[in-house]
Design a binder for this molecule. Structure first.
Ligand code: B4P
Length: 190
């Protein structure tokens, strides 16, 4: 894609509720990066209340992946709009197909940060978010969380494995307190 020559992209990966968004919010400030969350971009589309938004919501509430064309088009548009040199793509890619299509049509990523965490801990964090958030997410309930874990295992894990084989994966143990996770994650930027 033209206009991206001087930019670099870092994929942010990990299971639902592992803390991707939390870490991105910290890294963004520290290194002056743009933070584009596929989940947030999709939720913004849902909030518009359009027929397409309603369709997106039905995938999210089922814990399924939203169709690839929708997600990649939203990502491309957002990438072109941010002024920052470094861009964190939070929650993307979530499948081998998304990875291949993005690297072919947009730009190969510099690296991928993978926040590893057990399902038990992720479920705990999702339920904690559900009970404390001012606005509750419709997919933050135990039933949808279990479906999101299945989608993550079948779709996202193979993409993580592919990035490992490509030598681009930086794995961080996300089971620890937020500050300790950040201490490891920032090594990708210094
Ligand atoms: P996302 O919005 O990406 O949701 P997530 O995986 O739950 O978020 P995250 O891991 O960022 O959790 P957070 O930091 O908030 O996706 C939602 C849905 O959108 C998907 O199911 C799918 O339907 C769709 N979608 C998204 N991307 C897509 C794509 N590329 N293709 C197709 N569909 C897509 O952390 C969670 C909680 O844990 C927070 O409350 C936080 O305070 C806490 N926490 C974080 N780190 C912690 C730590 N170290 N210790 C203790 N608590 C911690």
């Amino acid at each position: 894609m033209s206009g991206l020559d001087d930019k670099f992209i870092v994929f942010i990966m990990g299971g639902p509720g592992c803390g991707k968004g939390t870490q991105c919010a910290i890294l963004r400030e520290e290194f002056n990066l743009a933070h584009l969350s596929s989940g947030d971009l999709l939720r913004a589309e849902v909030a518009k209340g359009t027929p397409e938004g309603l369709e997106i919501k039905s995938f999210m509430d089922e814990g399924k992946l939203v169709p690839q064309e929708t997600v990649i088009n939203l990502m491309k548009k957002a990438i072109m709009e941010v002024p920052n040199r470094g861009i964190l793509l939070d929650g993307f890619p979530r499948s081998v197909s998304q990875l291949e299509e993005f690297e072919r049509t947009v730009k190969p990523a510099k690296c991928a940060l993978y926040f590893s965490c057990t399902e038990e801990e992720m479920l705990k964090r999702i339920m904690h978010r559900a009970s404390h958030a001012a606005v509750k997410r419709s997919d933050d309930n135990p039933e949808t969380a279990m479906k999101r874990f299945r989608t993550y295992t079948t779709e996202a894990q193979p993409a993580i494995q592919r990035l490992r084989e490509m030598g681009k994966l930086i794995e961080v143990d996300a089971m620890r307190p937020i500050q300790d996770v950040t201490d490891d994650a920032r090594k990708a930027f210094i």
